[in-house]
Design a protein around this ligand. Structure first.
Ligand code: ADP
Ligand code: MG
Length: 253
């Protein structure tokens, strides 16, 4: 294991019922930086993320073999799945607003972890909303319902909430699918700022987003890793793999 590897995936296979979704893949995801994952629909991108925080266990009929190690420890062996999930922030394609105020959406996890002091909570809420580039827009309406915000604001609120338990790893699954380009760019800036402090795993259906943001890019196809390399290499004129070339050029997918 190289020292700065945060997530090691080894021989990871997942099938749903009899249908395989991941075929024994292995990957090293570095601590810090943005690790982008691209690939056509149904290539197993979401399944891979779900293995990192073990939510794959919620999927009916899912069978998992192989290992996902975080800091060297196999997540499937870790006794406390809640402690594991607290270390990982997850952002899904559509914002998941809790039917709570903007403030309480972000304060939820810290409160669950026992933080009661109002000043300390205020600080966490402001910090996370600032990190998610949402503070200026909501600071005067912290008590209004989070679900009343615009779609792009709700997605940033989701990110603020994902940051509220100080995750070491932030996973995003096609976060920009339902938001406008301007908000997408703002969130991309946020990720660029956060990446010096955490491991960001960015699943995207937009190859250009991977190109803009990824330090490394992994191309997944039909449940297999076709290529993983520095992003500049993946998008170069000679990535060294015809399938990669064709996919990044939009020839299939
Ligand atoms: P992607 O995110 O790249 O679109 P997924 O990981 O969602 O890919 O899906 C990979 C494959 O697994 C697809 O064929 C999909 O239909 C299948 N799959 C995903 N989730 C389930 C599930 N809960 N039950 C059955 N099949 C599933
Ligand atoms: Mg998906």
């Amino acid at each position: 294991m190289v020292n700065n590897v945060k997530i090691e995936i080894r021989g990871l296979s997942v099938s749903y019922g009899l249908r395989p979704a991941l075929h024994g893949i292995s990957l090293d995801i570095p601590a810090r930086g943005i690790f982008a994952i691209i690939g056509p629909a149904n290539s197993g991108k979401s399944t891979l993320l779900k293995c990192v925080n073990r939510t794959v266990e919620f999927e009916r009929g899912a069978r998992v073999r192989g290992e996902v190690r975080i800091d060297g420890v196999n997540v499937f062996r870790s006794g406390n799945v809640y402690a594991l999930r607290r270390r990982i922030g997850m952002v899904f394609p559509l914002p998941v607003g809790l039917p709570l105020s903007v403030y309480d959406n972000v304060a939820y996890a810290p409160r669950m972890a026992g933080l009661r002091d109002r000043r300390a909570l205020d600080d966490v809420v402001e910090r996370c909303l600032r990190q998610a580039a949402l503070w200026e827009e909501v600071k005067d309406r912290l008590t209004s319902l989070g679900t009343l915000l615009s779609g792009g604001q709700q997605q940033r609120l989701t990110i603020a909430r994902a940051l509220s338990h100080d995750p070491e790893i932030l996973c995003l699954d096609e976060f920009s699918i339902a938001i406008d380009p301007v908000t997408t760019m703002r969130i991309e800036d946020v990720l660029t700022q956060l990446k010096s402090r955490m491991t960001i795993v960015l699943v995207t259906n937009l190859v250009q987003q991977a190109r803009r943001l990824g330090d490394l890019t992994c191309f997944l196809n039909r449940g297999e890793v076709v290529q993983v390399d520095r992003t500049a290499m993946i998008f170069s004129d000679r990535p060294g793999n015809q399938l990669t070339y064709d996919y990044t050029r939009g020839i299939f997918g």
